[in-house]
Design a protein around this ligand. Structure first.
Ligand SMILES: *Cc1c(COP(=O)(O)O)cnc(C)c1O
Length: 404
């Protein structure tokens, strides 16, 4: 059976992961969204409107690009799927346009969401502006300080940005805060989750809206090379860009899939966000999945140089794919991420997001170890949002180019 139809099952499970571990009140809303999604998203009208948006507003298809210079340095053949060229600079607009289009068909007046790096907030604010729908974004104070340009962008796009001051003041608390507000008026609003996480049906819907990345990449790679890639890789925060590209290749058992988690500044709890690599099964934000927890079983503090990756869990589908072994989960730390950031910038003229740089770091490692093979990296976003932070803290990376 077709993989996407097989998973999740009718109760929203990917194997034993996923589901909807929420209050009865919220479960009722999730069921409404699920049935609306099943009927609306299959309609000809919805499909053709989304297709037109992808082409004329988002600028899709984004290209697949061969990194000639970087490949020469590493050996192997490195290719990028250029989601950094998707309108608004990252893959997230793919699911936001889908979610807000669904909100429009459901007759909602407002969308709301959490954001970490600010990328989801910007993407949702962009989609809301396109559809003329009100938009409210909850964001941890720490992230607000770190991602100032994205906060300004959201405001320019007309969104209302709500600072969240509890706990670690990052993504996890922002999710809690946004859910709380949503439940006060679910009839007129739609909660738009920013990744393949949360209760069913969100991991499925977001994956389906990101599937376009995998469909395009598969055709483009074949057209360009006459073959399929040996490996495909993407960074994993919640896991949406990874599911987008993986879903295009998942039925080809001989194509290796690698999800890259951020191992941060050390492997001590609190210094990384490798929930699939070092976590264990638990429930967070309405889903059963691999989680990083402390001694008390509470979600652990997490860290990555890339704020879009610092989340203590990841999507339930990834948990299943880890257990079945269909996807191999690997790690890249801050240092490897920075090296990839500087090298892709200087060798190829492409400044990647710090999130995406984790996937580039693994791609370079794979290429060095497999000089005869090809690897396709999902370049999930562009690095403009990160350049001030990188240069202030790490300079411009001259030390990586002593061989020039
Ligand atoms: C948010 C973000 C990510 C992480 O989210 P996923 O759901 O894991 O894809 C990765 N890259 C960029 C550029 C992002 O903005």
């Amino acid at each position: 059976m077709n993989y996407l139809k097989q998973f999740p099952d009718k109760d929203g499970y990917f194997g034993k992961y996923g589901g909807a571990y929420v209050s009865e009140e919220l479960l009722r809303e999730m069921k409404k969204i699920e049935s609306a999604y099943y009927s609306i998203s299959k309609s000809h009208e919805f499909i053709s409107e989304l297709r037109s948006i992808r082409k004329h507003f988002q600028g899709r298809p984004t290209p697949v690009y061969f990194c000639k210079n970087l490949s020469n340095k590493t050996g192997g053949r490195i290719y990028l799927k250029r989601e950094d060229l998707n309108h608004s600079g990252a893959h997230k607009l793919n699911h936001c346009m889908g979610e807000v289009l669904l909100a429009k068909y459901m007759g909602k007046k407002k969308v709301l969401a959490e954001t970490g790096a600010g990328q989801h907030g910007v993407a949702l604010a962009t989609a809301a502006a396109y559809f003329g729908i009100e938009c409210e974004i909850h964001m941890g104070e720490v992230d607000i300080a770190k991602q100032h340009p994205n906060v300004v962008r959201m405001k320019l796009l007309g969104a209302n940005v709500i600072p969240v001051t509890s706990g670690q003041k990052t993504l996890k608390e922002a999710v809690d805060s946004a859910f709380e507000v949503y439940l006060k008026d679910p009839n007129n609003s739609l909660y738009c989750i920013g990744s393949v996480v949360g209760p069913h049906p969100f991991p499925m819907m977001v994956r389906d809206f990101q599937h376009i990345v995998g469909i395009e990449a598969r055709d483009q790679f074949f057209e360009m090379t006459g073959e399929m890639p040996d490996a495909v890789t993407a960074c994993v925060g919640g896991g949406s860009n990874a599911m987008g590209i993986f879903s295009g290749f998942i039925s080809d058992e001989d194509i290796a899939l690698f999800g890259v988690e951020p191992s941060g500044r050390s492997l001590q709890l609190g210094d990384h966000a490798c929930s699939l690599t070092y976590g264990k099964e638990g429930v967070l934000h309405g889903m059963k999945t691999y989680l990083l927890t402390d001694e008390k079983g509470e979600p652990a503090p997490v860290y990555s140089i890339a704020s879009g990756l610092d989340y203590p869990g990841s999507g339930p589908e990834h948990s299943m794919l880890k257990d079945t072994g269909r996807v191999t989960y690997v790690t890249a730390n801050d240092k490897e991420c920075l090296e990839a950031f500087f090298k892709l910038s200087r060798y190829e003229g492409i400044i990647p997001a710090l999130e995406s740089s984790h996937a580039v770091a693994f791609g370079m490692r794979y290429a060095k170890e497999n000089p005869k093979k090809s690897i396709l990296i999902n370049l999930s976003g562009r690095g403009d949002k990160d350049i001030d932070f990188v240069v202030e803290n790490y300079g411009i990376g001259d030390e990586y180019f002593n061989d020039l």
